[in-house]
Write a protein of this length. Structure first.
Length: 390
């Protein structure tokens, strides 16, 4: 606060912005400086395998993070081996093995083996079978205790990991900060991972943990899906903490979701006012790929200060729309004017909805077509280059 006050007092306000906006900009700059000016990346060994050790308290999302990180690294062209080293928590090994099967990743585990030896043996296994990255899922506890720390220290001494990542629940506040301080004193970890930053968690814990440990934040978990792991960008987190949204993340999600060829075809059809229910369905599918709608809305600048922030988005309404369109024939999707009473009844029964629901969708679609015709006459500049219609 002292730094913000020193920069704000006596500064000339630009004519184009208000004093309040200038103060927000000063706070934003300070937050970016506190969180780290640039993205911190994982350090990989020149001689494989790179060893990554995930540590943290019980319930912080560590095992799920190990799976997410494995998927992320696999997507980067690496060959990760997950190691189930949490032999104390019931079903922890089974959980990681299930995650491994879902993601197509190998999970290393040895029955009746203590964690230090298990981790050491996993490195030999990785070398023998060509894995270039080994990720330890170590045991967590409900609270920090001496035996827990001693075991983690022994694993560190035996395996000399290239990266030790402290995993913290982004919603636990000061508990996460206290745990980070303890882990830092005993293990001198290399980076921080914040989980559960979807929903209402804005990331204040990021600021506190970074300040107390002076270690970089490397990843954030932003959802339950295994692809909901993102590299940490200080400027984006600063925007999130201030409720300014995160346009860059929003655009990146859209780029990953959009099928460019479909987008170009859609643009041509829009210019000719040929938008069909089939196109509408494709748009819904691409939006779903971006993640939960309330999470997407949270990335929009100003949304946290808008009256719209309290609106609950009914994801089930989209499911109902999909079911209705799926119950139509290809010809009906392309030529909805064919839908008479008997066809609507068949579609309603097939989708588990009512004829009123079908009529409501058709009315909304007709309104959308009218809007498209107006935009088409105006040159369709809003849709140039493809992408989402709405």
């Amino acid at each position: 606060m002292a730094a913000v006050q020193a920069k704000a007092i006596g500064r000339e306000v630009l004519r184009s912005i208000t004093p309040g906006q200038q103060v927000v900009k000063i706070i934003y700059d300070e937050l970016v400086a506190l969180l780290g000016q640039s993205r911190a990346t994982l350090q990989f060994s020149n001689i494989p395998p790179t060893i990554i050790m995930a540590v943290g308290l019980h319930g912080c999302g560590k095992t799920t993070f190990v799976g997410k990180l494995g998927k992320y690294l696999k997507g980067q062209g690496r060959s990760p081996l997950l190691v189930a080293a949490d032999i104390y928590r019931p079903a922890a090994v089974t959980q990681l093995q299930t995650i491994g099967r879902q993601l197509g990743l190998t999970v290393f585990f040895e029955q009746n083996q203590e964690p230090v030896t298990l981790c050491s043996n996993s490195i030999q296994y990785a070398r023998k079978h060509g894995f270039d990255t080994v990720i330890f899922d170590t045991a967590g506890r409900l609270h920090i205790d001496k035996p827990m720390m001693e075991e983690l220290i022994r694993i560190k001494e035996k395996t000399t990991p290239h990266e030790i990542l402290f995993v913290a629940d982004g919603m636990t506040g000061q508990d996460a900060v206290r745990a980070a301080k303890e882990f830092q004193e005993h293990l001198n970890f290399d980076g921080i991972v914040l989980t559960k930053l979807d929903g209402d968690a804005r990331g204040g814990a990021a600021l506190s943990i970074k300040a107390i440990t002076n270690k970089p934040i490397k990843f954030v978990g932003v959802g339950e899906k295994f692809d909901a792991l993102e590299p940490f960008y200080p400027d984006r987190m600063a925007s999130r903490i201030l409720g300014m949204g995160d346009v860059i993340s929003l655009v990146e999600k859209a780029e990953l979701a959009v099928d460019r060829e479909k987008a170009e075809r859609l643009e041509k059809k829009l210019r000719k006012s040929e938008f069909t229910l089939e196109d509408f369905f494709d748009q819904l599918q691409q939006i779903k790929k971006m993640g939960p709608l309330d999470q997407i809305m949270g990335l929009i600048p100003g949304m946290n200060a808008s009256p719209l922030r309290n609106i609950k988005i009914d994801e089930q309404a989209l499911v109902k729309v999909e079911a209705i369109i799926n119950s139509m024939t290809v010809e009906e999707r392309r030529r909805p004017h064919l839908l008479n009473g008997s066809r609507k009844l068949r579609i309603a029964r097939g989708s588990g909805t009512t004829v009123q629901d079908v009529n409501r969708l058709l009315n909304q679609f007709n309104q959308m077509q009218k809007m498209i015709r107006k935009l088409s006459k105006g040159g369709m500049r809003g849709f140039k280059g493809g992408g989402f219609l709405f």
